[in-house]
Design a protein around this ligand. Structure first.
Ligand SMILES: *Cc1c(COP(=O)(O)O)cnc(C)c1O
Length: 232
């Protein structure tokens, strides 16, 4: 099981410290373990250590894991780019979709969420740095999608998600995270009921928490380097 226990303790202390540093309550920030490309055995081990929320990026890979781990009370989050021909599987097997970024995807998830299941928790993914290649709605389009998600049956709007521009010398992700928090507050003031601001990964969770993240998505620093394969 190598060092999963130690990794989990480290991440929890980093989150504790990040919250304390900026005077936020530890209860405001949850950790999502990003398990893409990692074996189900590692997910099982982390689960046995108390980590119950897992994020996956590839629908087919995730369905296989969800099936093999169906006896565990895992909360599954889809966080990868979602094509419209995969919405049925996503709606049928995940508890959350964090990467909804257009009307067509929201409508399909709503129509395809099985009636016997609780509403699908949805975050709108925002392309906060307006990067041409990146998934996510541009910031000015987020309000309309949030309003739509809030009204569609079978969906429960939970909040916003972002992946900022890769940090380089002259670009600090804090600025992107600050703009996301401002957008989140603006939509809430306009009436959107949202409790989740999903931002921050292994390298920058402290900066994201300082700017108001309520959910950090941690892969590498929790599960280790990802085995080779196509990355997202
Ligand atoms: C892979 C991934 C992560 C985790 O990234 P790490 O840097 O390994 O912590 C978080 N969010 C999304 C959307 C991802 O695809």
């Amino acid at each position: 099981m190598n060092n999963l226990k130690e990794n989990l303790e480290n991440i929890r202390s980093r989150v504790d410290l990040a919250c304390r540093t900026v005077g936020r309550s530890r209860q405001e920030v949850a950790v999502l373990a990003v398990s893409k490309r990692h074996a189900t055995e590692r997910i099982e081990t982390l689960y046995s250590l108390g980590q119950a929320a897992f994020g996956e990026n590839y629908v087919q890979e995730a369905l296989d894991k969800i099936k093999r781990l169906e006896s565990l009370a895992i909360e599954w989050h889809f966080i990868g780019p979602l094509q419209s021909n995969k919405t049925r599987e996503a709606a049928g097997h995940f508890d959350w979709v964090q990467s909804a970024d257009r009307e067509k995807i929201l409508r399909r998830l709503s129509e395809q969420r099985p009636a016997g299941l609780a509403p699908l928790n949805v975050c709108i993914q925002v392309n906060i740095d307006r990067e041409p290649q990146k998934s996510g709605v541009l910031p000015e389009g987020a309000a309309a999608l949030a309003r739509l998600a809030a009204t569609l049956p079978g969906l429960r709007l939970r909040g916003l998600m972002t992946i900022p521009r890769v940090a380089t010398g002259d670009h600090d992700p804090s600025a992107s995270y600050r703009r996301m928090k401002a957008l989140f507050d603006e939509l809430r003031e306009a009436g959107a009921e949202m409790d989740t601001l999903s931002m921050g990964m292994s390298a920058d969770l402290e900066q994201a928490i300082a700017q108001g993240s309520t959910l950090v998505r941690v892969g590498t620093d929790l599960l280790g380097p990802r085995p080779a394969g196509a990355d997202a």
